[in-house]
Design a protein around this ligand. Structure first.
Ligand SMILES: CC(C)(COP(=O)(O)OP(=O)(O)OC[C@H]1O[C@@H](n2cnc3c(N)ncnc32)[C@H](O)[C@@H]1OP(=O)(O)O)[C@@H](O)C(=O)NCCC(=O)NCCS
Length: 191
């Protein structure tokens, strides 16, 4: 049962101050055996490499092929200064993201799920989209991902269609009017 998020929360850009907690969170995520959620940057072997890569992506510098400028955000629970969720906000769509991936990917730390953090994180990213001039954000998820469907629909996602990818997986594609994301921003947000 989801508990509404009432604690004080803060958005952070990836930052050295969280190196230790990031390592612990990554170990927890790896232990689940699931794909590492967006925003945590599992593709990079060390914290330092992850940080350098995240900063390069946020600045849109030397982008790898098929990747667009994107900013990662971490959701920090202020009382215990703990990372509880992460998200990746893509500043624009390319053909690939239009099919799968959309503007925003996100993931909640395993031990912190079902407490409303996923819903809150997406709401905050929608507010960031609005600030970037993205009026309608595309958010996609696998058809079997009940948690993500819940998060998207609680944020006003309107289902455009369900597409079958080359891998046979069925994917739900939602659009969200970012101006309607009223859930902004009683917490500190880095620019
Ligand atoms: C999907 C994910 C982000 C959900 O985060 P969360 O913090 O648990 O979500 P919330 O607590 O905000 O829940 C949102 C809604 O979905 C429901 N929900 C969450 N997890 C669920 C699950 N495993 N099964 C069924 N419903 C679920 C909640 O009950 C809630 O709806 P409700 O208010 O009607 O009860 C989290 O499970 C996760 O990180 N998964 C792995 C990464 C991932 O799938 N990312 C999304 C990629 S598109």
């Amino acid at each position: 049962m989801e508990q509404p998020v009432r604690e004080q929360l803060r958005l952070s850009l990836p930052d050295e101050a969280y190196a230790g907690d990031w390592e612990t969170a990554m170990a927890e995520l790896c232990a689940t055996g699931e794909a590492i959620p967006m925003g945590w940057h599992a593709g990079q072997a060390t914290f330092e490499r992850m940080l350098a890569f995240a900063r390069r992506m946020a600045e849109g510098r030397d982008l790898p092929p098929h990747m667009v400028q994107s900013t990662n955000y971490w959701l920090v629970r202020v009382p215990d200064n703990r990372l509880v969720a992460a998200a990746c906000l893509r500043h624009r769509l390319n053909d690939r993201l239009l099919q799968r991936g959309g503007h925003i990917g996100y993931g909640v730390r395993p031990g912190e799920r079902r407490r409303g953090y996923g819903t809150r994180m997406l709401a905050l990213m929608l507010a960031r989209c609005a600030a970037l001039g993205i009026a309608r954000a595309l958010v996609t998820c696998d058809e079997g991902n009940a948690g993500s469907i819940g998060v998207i629909e609680k944020n006003g996602g309107e289902l455009e269609d369900i597409r079958t990818g080359p891998d046979g997986l069925r994917l739900r594609r939602y659009w969200i009017d970012t101006a309607k994301s009223a859930d902004n921003l009683a917490i500190g947000v880095p620019k």
